[in-house]
Design a protein around this ligand. Structure first.
Ligand code: UT7
Length: 332
């Protein structure tokens, strides 16, 4: 790392999950599916679903408050708020601006990042640069989603996969030789058609027809996204390790995007990383897109699985198609 740049670490984390649990057995009564199919094909047993009056910014705000408390900072000390989300409250204002207002973080700049499930890693990479260059002291990075609002609850091929939640992290200058060691981001925009929400933007403005034909719901070619994921997860992990000057043996904990247990198992096998070095909470929450990695990080830290000096690798993929990874030497 350039000597002029400050090291940047995670000073606090937090999460917010809606209380309502939707199990695979509940889904059996809604669509033609089974607990056996969902568990064996994905590893998911249940997911959290927000109620009708809850928006993404509500979950994001609660997760942010917990991360700020964990980091020991007040709203007035936040310089930048970055919200990674594919389910913003609305097209504008940004969800980050709504969170700013909720928190009363009057000094902060605020904006959203759209990199779908990879969004939190994109947000970390951007936030790190604000601090390393001296432009900011405290940056709040949040991954928050209410995917239940864009699921077609009659489409068994997608509705069983997703859940709602939010995770947050406060970034701050870290002690020398610790914190974020490297981030690596990528995108393959020419594969974008494999995972889309087609309507409601400038290409296909909302109309009665777009609503009637279900164009405001998630559309996915699961097989193509699966193929992309099993290739890119090991590739991104190896790439970020190389950039960080670390080897596979140096990893103490891998926190992957929680989309499908078979994808994570395949990546782990290709890399030769044992199961006990991989944090999983997919069975309880399903795929929470940009919230999946920060919620997993917060759980891993709060469950005492991460100690100072440990090397963590966060790695994800998602719509775009996008991918990203981040290597961190933990210090808090
Ligand atoms: O964050 C990024 C988001 N996306 C992903 O990570 C998705 C990546 N892809 C996947 O995880 C997998 O492709 C899925 C879990 C989506 C699907 O698993 P699969 O093993 O690729 O199943 P498939 O799509 O090949 O479907 C196999 C069969 C089909 O029936 P037929 O044509 O063989 O008769 C489907 O119609 O399973 C059927 N099926 C279901 N059956 C029961 C699809 N969804 C369901 C369901 N319950 N929920």
């Amino acid at each position: 790392m350039d000597k002029m740049l400050k090291p940047v670490g995670i000073a606090g984390t937090g999460r917010c999950l809606p209380e309502r649990i939707l199990t695979n057995f509940d889904l059996e009564r809604m669509v033609d599916t089974s607990d056996e199919w969902i568990v064996s094909r994905t590893g998911i047993s249940e997911r959290r679903i927000s109620d009708a009056g809850t928006a993404t910014s509500d979950l994001a705000t609660e997760a942010a408050k917990k991360a700020m408390e964990d980091a020991g900072i007040t709203a007035g000390e936040i310089d930048v708020i970055i919200v990674a989300t594919a389910t913003p409250d609305m097209a504008f204002p940004s969800t980050a601006c709504i969170v700013q207002s909720n928190l009363g973080a009057l000094q902060a700049s605020a904006f959203d990042v759209q990199a779908a499930c990879t969004g939190f890693i994109y947000g970390l990479s951007i936030g790190e640069k604000f601090i390393s260059t001296g432009d900011a002291k405290n940056v709040l990075v949040i991954g928050a989603e209410t995917l239940s609002k864009i699921c077609n609850w009659e489409d068994r091929s997608t509705c069983v996969l997703f859940g709602d939640g939010a995770g947050a992290a406060v970034l701050r200058e870290a002690p020398k030789d610790s914190g974020i060691i490297a981030t690596l981001l990528g995108a393959e925009g020419w594969k974008g058609q494999y995972l889309t929400l087609p309507a409601g933007g400038s290409r296909m403005p909302a109309s009665i027809d777009t609503v009637k034909s279900g164009k405001h719901f998630i559309h996915m070619d699961g097989g193509e996204v699966y193929k992309f994921a099993v290739g890119v997860m090991p590739q991104a992990t190896l790439g970020v390790l190389e950039k960080a000057g670390l080897s596979l043996d140096d990893i103490d904990l891998l926190i992957p995007h929680q989309a499908n247990k078979r994808i994570v198992d395949s990546a782990a096998k290709r890399l030769g990383i044992p199961q006990d070095k991989i944090f999983m909470n997919l069975s309880r929450y399903g795929n929470m897109s940009s919230a999946s990695i920060p919620v997993a990080l917060d759980e891993a830290v709060k469950h005492g699985l991460v100690k100072n000096g440990d090397n963590l690798v966060l790695v994800g993929f998602g719509a775009g198609l996008t991918w990203g990874a981040c290597a961190i030497k933990w210090s808090k």
